[in-house]
Design a protein. Structure first.
Length: 433
């Protein structure tokens, strides 16, 4: 009841404030203007000042009532974050929509639902998100006594980071990107004397033949490169009843459709051959990327640090490293001579995967024998032409006869590698220490 009373008081005070404001405005409208100045009588001045003061007093009461209402709302709020917010990783105080919720909340889905999904639904919803197997899970039997709880589709654990997360966000509206790749740089920058002798090298003589110092010329070798926009896509079939089963549909989209695209994207950013004008050229197949083979006298974390030096010598500060889950395990469980873990402290602080100050992405797209590190964003950039989209249609083969829908997920991306020297492909060597 307290909160309802606060709301009623606020409405009343707002009404009074509007009346006093209108009264002050009406009085001001009676002022006469003569020769560019207002002529105000004593009665007009007194009435105007009183109306303004009354309005200010009401405004103060309104502010107090509003603050009291905010306090009541705070005290009535739940003590913890919503469970949905916890599950989907929304920040404290906010509950973000999952990708599945975005899909079932789309206008296209609502239109199809309004017709009972009888009009051969074709639904397309663009989102950042996740492939399906069979949604027609068949029938199951259960005991005659006792209750039954249908658990639906068990959601697979989503990978927390992908290779794209190492890049700054960038978008494009073009079909092909034309860029410049740096293949060489000779830096001749040096101090320049104000005056030199006539030969431009010797010390100045003080004569009229002296010349101004000339800055040395550096050399930069560049070549034009076309970076195509590539499409990554896959399809899977499911029974039409999935559209009416919203909870399972959300779970299905979140855990499989878009994430399947992301898995393929990880592999292509590393290993795609390219060269056909329509495919990404992955970093492993880009000419100019540096190589490093570890020493058997170094532990795995030290091998990684020495590979970083190659990028630093090329004047690029590494920002991330990509390695397989198995090799990240080897790095994490390394111990020093006293038996203490080498990198556990760095990993534990803030729950961030970092080693040697750079972010870590562990992915099955990387073979166990290699890793890649470099300056993501400076040496290369990932461009999104179209974010991951989910399309649903019955217009495929004999889907309509069988009551089947085809789900298609796709995205269009481009990888620009402008400075290959910023990256190092490392080969692990089993330590003997």
């Amino acid at each position: 009841m307290a909160q309802a009373n606060d709301k009623s008081l606020i409405r009343s005070l707002k009404s009074q404030l509007a009346e006093k404001s209108a009264e002050a405005e009406r009085i001001a409208g009676t002022f006469r203007e003569e020769d560019g100045a207002f002529v105000v009588s004593t009665e007009q001045r007194t009435a105007y000042v009183k109306a303004v003061r009354d309005a200010q007093e009401i405004k103060g009461l309104l502010d107090a009532a509003t603050n009291a209402d905010d306090l009541t709302g705070y005290l009535d709020a739940p003590d913890s974050r919503p469970a949905a917010g916890e599950f989907y990783g929304s920040p404290p105080g906010a509950e973000a929509k999952s990708l599945g919720e975005m899909f079932v909340g789309s206008e296209a889905y609502r239109r199809a639902a309004a017709s009972g999904f009888k009009d051969r639904p074709f639904i397309r919803a663009e989102m950042e998100g996740k492939s399906i197997f069979s949604l027609s899970a068949g029938t199951h039997t259960h005991q005659a006594l006792g209750g039954v709880q249908d658990l639906g589709i068990t959601e697979a654990q989503r990978r927390k980071m992908h290779i794209r997360d190492l890049f700054p966000a960038a978008k494009t509206k073009n079909a092909v990107l034309l860029g410049i790749r740096e293949t060489g740089w000779v830096n001749n920058a040096a101090q320049v004397a104000e005056r030199r002798a006539a030969d431009g090298v010797s010390a100045p003589t003080g004569q009229d033949s002296d010349v101004f110092g000339r800055a040395p010329r550096s050399k930069l070798k560049l070549e034009p490169v076309a970076f195509p926009i590539a499409e990554i896509a896959h399809m899977i079939d499911g029974h039409k009843n999935i559209l009416s089963d919203e909870p399972r549909l959300k779970q299905f989209i979140n855990s499989r459709l878009v994430e399947g695209i992301k898995f393929a994207e990880d592999y292509d950013l590393l290993h795609s051959v390219g060269g056909d004008g329509t495919s990404i050229t992955g970093l492993f197949n880009t000419p100019g990327v540096q190589q490093y083979s570890g020493k058997s006298t170094d532990k795995y974390s030290i091998q990684m640090r020495r590979a970083m030096t190659k990028a630093l010598l090329a004047e690029y500060e590494p920002t991330g490293v990509v390695l397989s889950p198995s090799m990240w395990e080897e790095v994490e469980v390394e111990t020093d001579d006293t038996g203490a873990f080498r990198v556990a402290l760095q990993v534990a602080v803030g729950a961030q995967k970092k080693v040697w100050r750079i972010s870590v992405v562990e992915t099955t797209a990387m073979p166990d024998g290699q890793y890649l590190l470099g300056a993501f964003g400076l040496g290369a950039q990932l461009f999104d032409r179209e974010n991951v989209s989910v399309t649903v249609s019955s217009e495929n083969s004999d889907n309509f006869e069988r009551g089947v829908l085809t789900f298609r997920a796709d995205e269009r991306v481009a990888l620009e590698v402008s400075r290959p020297e910023a990256f190092v492909i490392g080969s692990w060597t089993t330590p003997t220490v």
